[in-house]
Design a protein around this ligand. Structure first.
Ligand code: SF4
Ligand code: SF4
Length: 181
């Protein structure tokens, strides 16, 4: 069971894709080999996904308005870097993790950016990307009806709360699993 004990909370760097790939494989093997043990984590990840899908149309309307004319596009590798927690979430969903094809440079355009925009759905993007609303975008979003904006804000906060529950569940179940073996 060495695979599990090898997992430590680390900051993921884009400059060593081979190490990142190995880490993805290790976390993936946990969910693959112990689906019953990590059922709760996977359920919570699905609930997080559903909440992101729920806020997607709201964010989309305003980002289409503002980002289309932006002269300082923020889709750079440094803003799209997945953290360890993001990996757990994506793999708990049993989705394929969008590994970069090569080592990345922070200041270059995000490897997931295409001419038509981001190539992955919002629910698969790293938290730091989904969490980022620049001043212009936020101001535009605040022009929404107060009730609509409040609903968005509440859903977003609920998503953050459930995401934390999902991570707590993962680490708790992981430590139970280790003590059982
Ligand atoms: S979020 Fe803000 S900084 Fe990023 S592309 Fe849109 S308008 Fe530009
Ligand atoms: S993940 Fe998508 S939205 Fe986020 S920075 Fe990259 S291209 Fe932009």
């Amino acid at each position: 069971m060495e695979k599990i004990t090898l997992i430590n909370k680390v900051e993921l760097l884009w400059d060593n894709i081979d190490e990142l790939r190995k880490l993805v494989e290790r976390i993936d093997s946990i969910f693959k080999n112990f689906p019953e043990v990590f059922k709760e984590t996977m359920l919570l990840a699905t609930q997080v996904k559903e909440l992101i899908i729920k806020i997607d149309p709201f964010v989309d309307i305003y980002s289409k308005k503002v980002c289309a004319t932006c002269s300082n596009i923020c889709c750079l590798n440094k803003n799209s870097r997945y953290e360890y927690d993001d990996l757990i979430y994506v793999l708990a969903l049993r989705e394929k993790f969008p590994l970069p094809p090569r080592n990345l440079k922070e200041k270059q355009p995000c490897y997931l950016l295409t001419k038509k925009g981001c190539k992955i759905p919002r629910y698969l993007r790293p938290l730091r990307c989904n969490w980022y609303f620049c001043k212009d975008l936020l101001e535009e979003m605040q022009t929404a009806h107060a009730r609509v904006f409040r609903e968005f804000s509440n859903t977003f906060n609920k998503m953050l709360y459930l995401r934390q529950q999902m991570l707590n569940s993962f680490f708790q179940l992981l430590s139970n699993l280790k003590s059982d073996i």
